[in-house]
Design a protein around this ligand. Structure first.
Ligand SMILES: [Zn+2]
Length: 58
């Protein structure tokens, strides 16, 4: 089983399956969308996913 730390809330996320780089997932703790930035061995780095549905209007 793989684990990675949520970059937003810092909680540990466990993965049953193998992840691939650029795969999107949801943090169950803070409910933010995350993207797999890179995988080095068992060390998975997550990053906040870019917001596609941002409100661009200011
Ligand atoms: Zn989180």
């Amino acid at each position: 089983m793989n684990q990675a730390e949520c970059p937003i809330c810092g909680s540990q996320i466990s993965f049953q399956s193998l992840l691939e780089e650029n795969e999107l997932l949801n943090c169950e703790s803070c409910n933010n969308k995350l993207v797999v930035k890179n995988i080095i061995g068992n060390n998975i780095t997550l990053e906040e996913a870019p917001h596609i549905e941002e409100d661009w209007g200011q």
